[in-house]
Write a protein that binds this ligand. Structure first.
Ligand SMILES: [Mg+2]
Length: 324
């Protein structure tokens, strides 16, 4: 496989790189910032790209924030953008549920294992949900009646058709047990089970399966580790994940922005999400940055999930092209 081209400090190569693309899809965590710390030169780099007539679209797997909340964070950090330029895994999941699954009532509610970002996007697509940030689910411990209610389905909502798991900062046994009850179909009566699709078991979806979350120059448990894998283990099945590298997300981005894939480049820090997303989607290019999860040695391994076409030390190295 061709080795990625290193662009940092190479003005001619940087100019050639920028000329190849009209649109840049940018991951956020580990590319623009680590937690609340914006990497040096990032706002100026985004402005430079925009001043050259490039479209910048922010494509993030972090489901904890809605598009509006991302917009507020980006602009507060001096990164110019519109809400329409933001594509999150919560939004991607909401679009999938509302416009592709189109669940038939009555079993058309979603049980959310996640934060407000998911709830806001579900609401924007008119989807009803339970769980999520509801304080009733932020309960520690299990009483005998909790076990009994979930086992019999008496305390479950009979109208749940989907369990959607994302990063949940309040994950606990009580919530996991509810999600599991829905995935087993405990909430569906015996007579309905006979006729229901898949025996009434809720469909298992995930916003994303990232194992870690880069924050404060360190790594924390991601959705994949903190909530999704627990449920996968319980039922012995993997979810359909709607964040990167899911091509459902790229199709949605393409549909919205009328992308020319050949003139689009994905920029990210993670091989098994960002870079794989761009490679599988036949984008014109992929650019890895070394400010986040993966390093050069990761794509040099024989079992690397994907290899970028280009790499730079950090996003702001793209400014090197301005000097020519
Ligand atoms: Mg990232």
């Amino acid at each position: 496989m061709a080795q990625p081209k290193y662009l940092t400090g190479d003005t001619a190569a940087l100019n050639e790189f920028l000329d190849k693309f009209d649109t840049f899809l940018l991951d956020c965590d580990g590319v623009l910032w680590s937690g609340d710390h914006v990497f040096e030169g990032v706002p100026e780099t985004i402005k430079l790209l925009q001043s050259k007539g490039k479209r910048t679209v922010f494509v993030t797997n972090n489901s904890t924030k809605s598009r509006a909340e991302y917009h507020a964070k980006l602009t507060s950090k001096g990164i110019p953008c519109q809400v329409e330029d933001i594509f999150g895994s919560s939004y991607s999941a909401a679009i999938y549920i509302a416009r592709i699954l189109k669940l038939e009532p009555p079993r058309n509610k979603v049980f959310v294992l996640g934060e407000a970002g998911i709830e806001i996007e579900l609401k924007s697509e008119g989807i009803e949900y339970v769980g999520g940030t509801d304080p009733a689910y932020r309960k520690l411990g299990m009483a005998p009646e909790d076990f009994e209610g979930i086992a019999s389905g008496a305390t479950l909502d009979p109208n749940v058709g989907v369990v959607l798991a994302g990063l949940d900062f309040h994950v606990n046994y009580y919530k996991l047990a509810h999600a599991h009850g829905y995935l087993r179909g405990n909430h569906v009566s015996a007579e309905d089970k006979a006729t229901a699709k898949d025996g009434g078991k809720a469909l298992f979806l995930a916003t994303n399966i990232d194992s870690t979350l880069p924050m404060y120059h360190n790594f924390f448990p991601g959705a994949g580790s903190a909530s999704v894998v627990a449920l996968s283990n319980m039922i012995g099945e993997q979810p359909l994940a709607l964040g990167k590298p899911s091509q459902a997300m790229l199709d949605a981005v393409e549909g919205k922005f009328q992308l020319d894939r050949a003139r689009t480049c994905m920029i990210g820090d993670r091989l098994n999400t960002d870079i794989q997303f761009g490679v599988q989607g036949n984008l014109g290019g992929t650019l890895a940055v070394l400010t986040g999860v993966n390093k050069k040695e990761d794509w040099e391994k024989p079992d690397a999930p994907a290899v970028p076409a280009y790499y730079v030390d950090g996003l702001s190295d793209l400014r090197g092209a301005a000097s020519s």
